[in-house]
Each structure stands twice: as C-alpha cells, then as structure tokens.
Design a binder for this molecule. Sequence first.
Ligand code: GLN
Length: 286
Amino acid sequence: MTSADTTLPLTVQQAIQFGQGQFGLPRLDAQMLLLQACELPIHDRAWLLAHSDEVLNFETQKRYLDFLQRRAGLEPLAYITGVKEFFGLQLQIDRRVLDPRPETETLVEWALTCVADTSKPRIADLGTGSGAIALALKHSLPSAQVTAVDTSADAIAVATANANRLELEIVTHVGSWYAPLASQTFDLIVSNPPYVADGDAHLAQLPHEPISALVAGKDGLNDVRQIVTQAAEHLKPGAWLLLEHGFDQAQAVQDILGNQGFVSVQSRQDLAGILRCTGGQWPRVK
Ligand code: GLN
C-alpha cells in the first residue's frame, strides 16, 4: 500500500497496517491513534477487533492521518491523545508539560516507603509538571499534605486541573524550587528535575516537550545541585530527599548528596534495570 492510498477508504484493519507500514509506528500506537481519531476510548482495542472490516469515513481517516504524521514527527502519544496513565491515575497532558515517563513510577514507589511510618507526612514535589508525582503520592496516601511547585505557571495550571478532576487535594505554588516554600519543612522532598545535558544528542528525539523541563546545564546536574544544596532548611530531621536522574548520573548525584551531609545515600533501579533515582536522608542529629 502506498501513501496515495490514503485517499481511498480504508477499513479499520487496513488503517492500522497503514500506520505500521507507512509510518513505522508500533501497532499499539497505531491502534490508539485510530481509536482517538474515531473518538473512542484509546484503550478499547476490543472495538478495533470487533470492527476490523468496517470502512472509515473520510473525516476519521483525515484525523487519523494527521495523528500518524504528528506521531511520526516524534510528538508524544500523550500530547495527541491528551491523556497518560501514571501510577494508576489518568492524567490530562499537553505540550505545556513533560510527558510523564513510566520510569518515574520508581520514584513514587520509593517515596511511599520513606514515609510509610509517618502519620500525615508533609511532602513537597519540586518541578511537578503535570502533577504526576504529587498526585500519585496523594492518591496512595490520602492523609499526606502534598505541596507541588513548578516555575512554570502553565505547568501549575495543568497540575491544578488534574488535581481538581481527580479530586485530590494538593497545594500548588508557582516558583523556582524552594522559593515559594520559605520556612516550610517536610518529611519528604521528591523531584524529577531537568537532568539532560545541554546539547545532548538525545534531545533530537524530544523536540516537542518544554526544553525547560529537560535541560540543566553542561552536565545536566545544575538543578540537582541547586535542589540538594538548598534542601537543608526544608527537611525535618530524618527526612528524605529523592531525585530522578539520567542513566549515568547515579554516582554523581550520590556524591552531591554525600558532600552536602546526607546519610544513607542510595540509588534505585527502574524497571529497565537502570539506576534512575538517588536519595538520602537528612541526619536526625546534626
Ligand atoms: N527522562 C527524560 C528523557 O531523557 C528526561 C526527563 C527529565 O529531564 N526529567 O527522556
């Protein structure tokens, strides 16, 4: 089948094959984009099977082709469908925020263990973006007081909308890292900050997401350094600071935490076996 064939009516089954063959997309992406074009729930693959021989109408086919082109141009699927599942929550996502990655669930899982024995823990999520981490924590720990901060007012608008829709009560602030948190202390601070190095070749694969959510200086660690060095006055004794970082940054982040006086410094692997998060505990007695 050639691209000229898109002007001909396609069946559901042919349309999925077309997305895979002509655009080189994974079958699952083609299926979700077709469901979105049909204005159906994007996980309803049973519908696709039951209607595999149904012919698409012209408008649906046009929408689908547009989605295929956007996806082939590396736009995150979540920007096209407007939704992303994160830690069991359905988040609304758009180009104002980073597309939440599954590996960030590692940070959430670890965070939950850090405050498992604390009643009504006070938690801050710095650089919250869509609110993914803050909302996942609040959902799992309803008694927690969760504060989400982002320097982007656009991001806080997305996070607030997600919180309202999911009926999860969190406090949000626009501001850089600790700036809006003067004199507040927490049992746990978490962050998935920008950590890609300036000019990293990998950025060519991420042309649609906010660059401010991705890049942090020559070694990618400018924001990590800032978060760690300013943490002390916002951590209760025994509180944890957990950070997500790049695949090769665990040792560097451990060193930054160790040099700052954190104890029990350690890293955690994501599902791909990559050391993806590093954290430490603020000493109980200084
Ligand atoms: N994990 C993202 C990527 O490299 C980067 C996210 C971030 O900088 N926090 O694809």
